[in-house]
Write a protein that binds this ligand. Structure first.
Ligand code: AMP
Length: 491
């Protein structure tokens, strides 16, 4: 059996590995470390949880231990798609580079340029960055990438999802042609294949088993629910979520709750807080200091519920997460695997609940196809109360899209104060269905639902507004409204 001592790593690195408690290299480490130490390019097809961060940090530290950094010219560069992942890589460097004299700088958005500039000015061995912030520094003329000997691209498929590939290509072009490249991606989409063909030179390709087969340590449960009305799906799901939280009690130590959109992340976090639960949102529109605080709180156990978007939580290595909730069924099947993989880590067991409504059937099929099995169905622990009175009287939280403005304003608050998400359609006050809702979704038949449009001028509810007026949107000219009133008065 291969051990770390067989891998030609620097003795200080071996000490740090021992201190971290690792005994055997993981398959990606076994595969990537030897060619990396020989100076070869590496193409690692692996995702988080496989030990891939150490598979590039350990050889980098070993190789960089000889030589010195020069001002504004980092000797190596690691690109990660999100601030959190970049920070995680930086933490790994701190762990494994203990005892060596290597310097590093973390360049991520939401942090002042000044401090980052000072570090770069002094000269760093390892620069860890998100692509956008790196380009900002470069364009300010504060950074030269011509001294980069080793460049790492981590989570390339996520970079692709986030539209960073042009930035990555640009950064590749700014580094010397002679650099060594260590490139990691969970999947090899055609666009990824293209850039690896372009920028990697005869790489050693290491593919570790894909985690499409979900771990046995995770109990998966699908809760199916048919909402009372289409516009109540999200509200119903919030009720189901709270019911499960209460039911699972102390067994639910903490949970990551995934939503498909940033607006929904905010709404769910706010709603949980309103009901007395300790919850914070995390997504790309939030201030970096808040994101860091929230993650730290969740990591150290002071925060119980982390409500997250895929981008913000992807790849995060947080041990001891007992529950994952898919508040929304993810629209990319692979995200299901990534999401539920946040629990059941490091020999622990975990539970992953997925809340689905009939409109999710297409996404659900794709997930079950990917993981190669049906997600076991669980009993829906919540049943909707029988409707009493008008629909808007039973609906305390859902947006009042059909009710009058004056009555609904105050009650709408938890959702109405939500900032619009980048991906939310402009005509939907609080989007409750995915942007790319399945075409054959029964809700969508017959054109866009009127409920998505927000209250009409004049505040009339749907029941008394007669046949639908198509094509005027919110801007019904006053004289037309008057003519309706007059006619009604006449009738
Ligand atoms: P990563 O895939 O880099 O996100 O790593 C996933 C987790 O595995 C992290 O918590 C690492 O600290 C841990 N890890 C990395 N290498 C090893 C190893 N050889 N043995 C045990 N755990 C490891």
């Amino acid at each position: 059996m291969t051990s770390f001592t067989d891998l030609n790593l620097d003795s200080k690195v071996l000490k740090a590995i021992e201190a971290a408690g690792y005994t055997t290299p993981t398959p990606i480490q076994k595969g990537a470390i030897p060619p990396a130490l020989q100076g070869r390019d590496v193409l690692g097809i692996a995702q988080t949880g496989t030990g891939k961060t150490a598979s590039f940090t350990l050889p980098m530290i070993t190789m960089l231990s000889k030589g010195r950094a020069r001002a504004r010219m980092p000797r190596s560069l690691v690109l990660a798609p999100t601030r959190e992942l970049a920070a995680q890589v930086a933490e790994n460097f701190d762990t494994y580079a203990k005892g060596s004299r290597l310097t590093k700088a973390l360049l991520i958005g939401g942090v002042s340029f000044k401090e980052q500039d000072q570090l770069i000015d002094r000269g760093v061995d390892v620069l860890i960055a998100t692509p956008g912030r790196l380009i900002d520094h470069f364009e300010r003329g504060k950074l030269l990438l011509t001294g980069v000997q080793i460049m790492v691209v981590d989570e390339a498929d996520r970079m692709l999802d986030m539209g960073f590939i042009p930035d990555i290509e640009r950064i590749f072009e700014m580094t010397p042609f002679t650099r060594q490249t260590l490139f990691f991606s969970a999947t090899m989409a055609p666009e990824i294949e293209r850039i690896t063909n372009k920028f990697l030179s005869n790489p050693e390709r290491i593919e570790v088993e894909r985690q499409n087969s979900t771990s046995d340590a995770i109990e998966q449960i699908l809760i199916e629910h048919t909402p009372r009305r289409r516009d109540m799906a999200a509200k119903d799901k919030r009720e189901i979520l709270r019911t499960i939280i209460e039911r699972d009690g102390a067994a639910l130590r903490n949970a990551i709750i995934f939503c498909n959109r940033k607006t929904e992340v905010d709404v769910v976090a706010k709603s949980l807080r309103k009901h007395g639960y300790d919850a914070e949102p995390i997504h790309g529109d939030l201030d970096q200091s808040q994101r860091t605080r929230t993650l730290d709180g969740f990591r150290d156990g002071t925060l119980r519920f982390l409500v997250a978007s895929d981008v913000a939580a992807r790849g995060l290595d947080i041990p001891n997460v007992s529950h994952v909730f898919n508040f929304d069924v993810p629209s990319h099947a692979e995200d299901y695997v990534h999401r539920i993989g946040r629990t059941g880590r490091a020999g622990k067991t975990g539970i992953a609940y997925t809340l689905s409504t009939p409109s999710d059937s297409k996404y659900l099929d794709a997930i079950q196809h990917l993981v190669g099995s049906e997600i076991p169905r669980g009993e829906n622990p919540w049943s909707a109360p029988a409707p009493r009175g008008k629909p808007d009287e039973i609906e305390e939280e859902a947006p009042k899209r059909t009710a009058s403005r004056s009555r609904s304003r105050k009650k709408d608050k938890p959702e109405a104060v939500v900032e619009p998400a980048q991906e939310a359609p402009a005509d939907v006050a609080v989007a409750e269905e995915p942007v790319a809702a399945p075409r054959d979704n029964r809700w969508d038949r017959g054109g866009r639902a009127d409920e998505d449009r927000g209250p009409r001028r004049g505040g009339r509810g749907r029941q008394d507004s007669g046949p639908k007026v198509v094509g005027l949107g919110d801007h019904v000219p006053g004289f037309i409204e008057m003519s309706f009133e007059e006619r009604r008065a006449e009738g």
